[in-house]
Design a protein around this ligand. Structure first.
Ligand SMILES: *Cc1c(COP(=O)(O)O)cnc(C)c1O
Length: 367
């Protein structure tokens, strides 16, 4: 019928998309993806072990009603308020579905740059044009310029990946109040931050806050995320998302983890407290080795350095995996000096941090 190859039949923008390829290798100290390095909560592991056959043979709930109710309680919002939750296959699914629900072909999504690398990718898949506005010199959000973009969707990420820095309440409120379209606020690292902005959903029905069970909760492999917002916005995102996106086992495991028990929520909170203590210790140790470390409100640190790629390779040879970043905006003076390069390092149990510090000291002594 058609003489065109599959490749030629594909949309040009899809053909041009690279596959996501973080270079994970099993069996080494992997600090490259900001997951919970202590592992997974015992309450979730128990659910997986004891799952009944029906959890596999039957379909999951359509829109995770029980899980959504538990999330409303966890977040501390009034169940009776006009706020609801939409779940997804990871919070990537919430970001993607929000773009699909509101972003028409050729419309814009604006964000502070640099930010989560999935955003331009998901934007491209949804036919949206990405507009990156550099952070201000002290890693603040340039709220006025963002608003002036007049974008259909404004994406904010705080604490921000990959910088680990947190936005001020004033800047977030400015964007939420004045942005002309939808505001998508990504709080993937909320549990590690000094404050969250989820309370703002009460007064703004065009705001959706995306969260995940992949980072603090240690459940990245289960793929569960959620969005919090007005009935109107969560309903529309759920429609764009489609039914059956959270599988039965994942829903049960997250429900068990949200229980205020020693193996559930207490486990999560204990690891968060440790991560917060270790990130300060790690930042001190890195500063002691002569590195600049950006202020961190997340479970990782960003270290601008011209040697990012070389250090990443040398650490890898010593069994430690970190993420080397390049092409960070040089309009920020720290990245101007590092020629746009940096290392992103996850925070975990202290033995892992010590392994990293020892490996780094060894690399530096060989130079
Ligand atoms: C890790 C991450 C996510 C996505 O996590 P999921 O595993 O898809 O829930 C979303 N936003 C940011 C900023 C992240 O770093």
């Amino acid at each position: 019928m058609s003489a065109l190859s599959v490749h030629q039949l594909a949309r040009a923008d899809v053909r041009a998309l690279p596959l996501y390829s973080p270079d994970g290798i099993p069996g080494i100290v992997d600090l490259s993806d900001n997951t919970n390095l202590w592992g997974a909560p015992p309450a979730a592991l128990r659910v997986l072990r004891d799952a009944p056959a029906s959890a596999l043979s039957r379909y999951p709930s359509l829109y995770s009603a029980e899980l959504r109710a538990a999330i409303v309680r966890y977040v501390g919002l009034e169940p009776a308020s006009a706020i609801d939750v939409v779940t997804g296959c990871g919070s990537d699914d919430i970001l993607d579905s929000t773009m699909r629900a509101f972003g028409g072909q050729g419309e814009r999504i604006a964000f502070s740059a640099p930010t989560f690398s999935m955003i331009p990718t998901l934007a491209g898949l949804n036919g949206l044009e990405s507009v990156g506005i550099p952070f201000t010199r002290d890693f603040g959000i340039d709220a006025e310029r963002l608003v002036d973009c007049g974008a259909k969707i404004t994406y904010l990420c705080t604490p921000n990946n990959p910088t680990a820095t947190a936005a001020s309440r004033k800047a977030v409120e400015h964007v939420v109040t004045h942005a002309p379209g939808i505001v998508l606020l990504d709080e993937a690292y909320a549990e590690f931050a000094p404050e969250t902005f989820v309370d703002l959903v009460g007064g703004n029905d065009r705001l959706i806050v995306a969260r995940t069970f992949s980072k603090a909760f240690g459940l990245a492999g289960l793929r569960v995320g959620y969005g919090i917002g007005s009935y109107a916005i969560t309903d529309l995102v759920a429609r764009a998302r489609g039914p059956y996106k959270v599988n039965s086992i994942a829903e049960r495991a997250v429900l068990a983890t949200l229980d205020a028990t020693r193996d559930g929520l207490d486990w999560v909170r204990e690891k968060v407290t440790l991560a917060i203590a270790h990130r300060a210790r790690l930042a001190d140790a890195l500063a002691g080795l002569g590195f600049l470390v950006l202020p961190t409100a997340a479970n990782f640190v960003l270290v601008p350095t011209r040697q990012a790629a070389e250090l990443c390779g040398s650490l890898r040879a010593r069994g430690v995996l970190v993420r080397a970043l390049a092409d960070l905006p040089r309009s920020l003076s720290v990245f101007e000096e590092s020629e746009g390069r940096a290392l992103r390092i996850g925070v975990g149990p202290w033995e892992m941090m010590q392994t990293l510090i020892d490996a780094l000291a060894d690399v530096l002594s060989c130079e």
